[in-house]
Design a protein around this ligand. Structure first.
Ligand SMILES: [Ca+2]
Ligand SMILES: [Ca+2]
Ligand SMILES: [Ca+2]
Ligand SMILES: [Ca+2]
Length: 394
């Protein structure tokens, strides 16, 4: 029996991207990305690491359109990457890889990676379009965005006013994050498209609404959305042309909106974190079913990200009181408690090295330093921004 201990990557085959070994002790790390392809079909490239103990005679990919239900299998021999072709554009797919030995005995499946065929995965803070998160702050004092790209380029963009809240996202779906702000006083969103350079203003929300942009219709474009705590209603302006706006009741006063793609179908799931009972209420997009998960509590800051790289967001909190991150991985029952940062730090988990696994990180306003703990090993302290600046990566 050959146990697969390596890494499965789902990868767009149109992109030349340096791949790193992500094997970590006792934990399978996954990277999920996708290919934007023709209108009728899409391909997904999967890559994985060979098990360190050897003894492998080949690999088999199992996949399907529902989590845990694999209706197709592809024997790829000894290759450690393959392109699954002819997938239906816009449909979510779920993959596992299994190794087999000379007797054709299959090892245990890897954890499942998922992707939405033909729709690009949004990387938080990826202003340059290289699938890495760029270190970014919005400085309310002068209404300016400061972006430090991983390529070394520096971007300074005057956009917004001192009372605005940064709401960065890929609203035009070109794979690069657009600068955007929400002006609470007038309920106006200002968005500057990276594709066209045009600035759009949209009236959506106001009062005590909390801006919570995300891709709720799964077209790869960030949608303008707010959560109204007083009534617990989410108002989403879907980006698919001709589609109606949606209003959905989920959560209430005191809840923190934490919408993200928890089930990995490429559609953000409406969710709130309730500090008073430490419960996450998630309404999954895939089946419209829901779940309540106890994780964290009062005083904790929710910091949703994909810490195990399976393309499903993981529930996590940063606890300022003890500078510890509590992460509940999506790809299994495992969890982690990682000491990183302290009292006044702002958690800013994102994928700073572009390996498709989000890195634990904090921004410390007092010394203007980003402390990044790379999922692949080392750490870094990067000076960018200062007191009063707001991290603006989403
Ligand atoms: Ca864009
Ligand atoms: Ca959308
Ligand atoms: Ca989802
Ligand atoms: Ca995950």
């Amino acid at each position: 029996m050959v146990e697969l201990t390596g890494t499965l990557f789902a990868h767009p085959d149109s992109m030349a991207k340096d791949l790193k070994s992500l094997v970590r002790a006792g934990c399978l790390a996954f990277m999920g990305l996708i290919l934007a392809a023709s209108a009728q079909a899409a391909n997904v490239t999967l890559m994985w690491d060979a098990p360190v103990e050897g003894g492998v005679s080949g690999y088999r990919i199992d996949y399907g359109v529902q989590p845990g239900v694999y209706t197709a299998a592809v024997d790829v021999g000894l290759a450690t990457s393959t392109v699954i072709q002819g997938l239906t554009n816009g449909s979510p797919y779920y993959f596992v890889v299994r190794a087999y030995n000379a007797s054709r005995q299959l090892g245990a499946p890897s954890i499942e990676v998922s992707t939405r065929a033909g729709v690009r995965v949004h990387v938080a803070g990826d202003f340059s379009g290289d699938y890495r998160s760029d270190i970014t702050v919005f400085r309310p004092g002068n209404g300016t965005w400061y972006v430090r790209s991983t390529t070394g380029a520096v971007l300074t963009v005057p956009f917004g006013a001192s009372s605005d809240k940064p709401v960065a996202g890929d609203y035009d779906g070109d794979g690069r994050v657009d600068v955007a702000v929400f002006r609470q006083s007038t309920g106006t969103w200002y968005i500057r498209s990276t594709a066209s350079g045009a600035v759009q203003s949209i009236l959506w929300g106001g009062g005590d609404d909390i801006a919570t942009p995300g891709d709720f219709d799964g077209d790869g474009k960030t949608d303008v959305a707010v959560f109204r705590p007083s009534t617990g209603v989410w108002y989403v302006l879907n980006s698919i042309p001709g589609s109606a706006a949606t209003a959905l009741r989920w959560g209430g006063q005191g809840d923190v909106p934490v919408s993200a793609d928890y089930d990995g179908d490429g559609v953000d799931d409406i969710a709130v974190f309730r500090p008073s009972n430490g419960t996450w209420y998630i309404r999954y997009s895939r089946l419209n079913n829901s779940v309540g998960l106890v994780w964290g509590g009062a005083g904790d800051i929710p910091m949703v990200a994909d810490y195990d790289g399976d393309n499903k967001k993981d529930i996590a909190v940063f606890r300022p009181a003890n500078g510890t991150w509590y992460i509940r991985y999506s790809g299994g029952a495992a969890s982690a408690a990682l000491p990183w940062g302290g009292g006044n730090d702002i958690p800013v988990a994102a994928d700073y090295d572009g390996d498709s696994v989000d890195d634990v990180a904090v921004f410390r306003p007092s010394d203007g330093t980003w402390y990044v703990r790379y999922a692949s090993g080392p750490s870094a302290a990067i000076r960018w921004g200062g007191s009063g600046d707001m991290p603006a990566l989403r």
